[in-house]
Design a protein. Structure first.
Length: 204
């Protein structure tokens, strides 16, 4: 369920005419933090069992998660108007640009190690949920709440984004099914291209 808001949703919405950057960030920033909180919780439940998980364990994993800390601290820095000195900012930008390509290379290595035809049913279910069910539910809820226009577009694009690459790295770090995560990332990325194109054509 975790969408690639930072590297797919945000660039698309910032290029869309009539959408102020502040408006886009106001919606996406809380979603990024919520996605990270839920992702950690789901992974903790998956490797400990639903009946054995305590809130203390979940909170401990939240506090240990670097992606969650980065999301929170980034939001605080943006809200306060803090900026890094130019040399540090340029270095951080270059490192950030390498993150997704390196993760995709790792995912590719995982997929090539799988036997031909080894894509599991769970991956297809996850892809269908991310590419089709998620934006459809968002559309229905937006209509029920009377949300339309630009606000509805923001919600639908955010929900139609492919599964985040960070889902793979987090699944691997926390003992989840990294092969399933890799399959879902690749499959949902391919599927989201068509869904996002249809959404933008409809909105434009």
């Amino acid at each position: 369920f975790r969408g690639n808001l930072a590297f797919v949703g945000l660039p698309i919405l910032l290029k869309f005419p009539g959408l102020a950057p502040e408006r886009v960030l106001l919606l996406l920033a809380p979603m990024m933090i919520l996605y990270n909180l839920l992702a950690v919780g789901v992974l903790v439940v998956s490797w400990q069992g639903a009946g054995q998980v305590s809130w203390r364990t979940v909170v401990a994993e939240w506090l240990r998660n670097p992606i969650l800390w980065a999301s929170v601290l980034g939001g605080v820095a943006y809200s306060c108007g803090w900026v890094l000195p130019s040399p540090f900012d340029e270095t951080a930008t270059l490192i950030g640009k390498m993150a997704v390509p390196l993760a995709l290379v790792t995912i590719g290595a995982v997929l090539t190690s799988l036997p031909t035809g080894a894509w599991c049913a769970s991956a297809w279910v996850a892809m269908a949920g991310k590419n089709l069910l998620s934006p459809l539910v968002g559309w229905v809820v937006a209509a029920a709440l009377g949300i339309s226009g630009v606000e509805r577009l923001l919600i639908l694009v955010a929900l139609a984004c492919p599964t985040a690459v960070a889902s793979y790295t987090m699944a691997e770090a926390m003992g989840g099914d990294e092969a399933l995560a890799a399959q879902t990332v690749v499959g949902s990325t391919v599927g989201s291209a068509a869904v996002l194109a249809l959404l933008l054509a409809w909105a434009g």
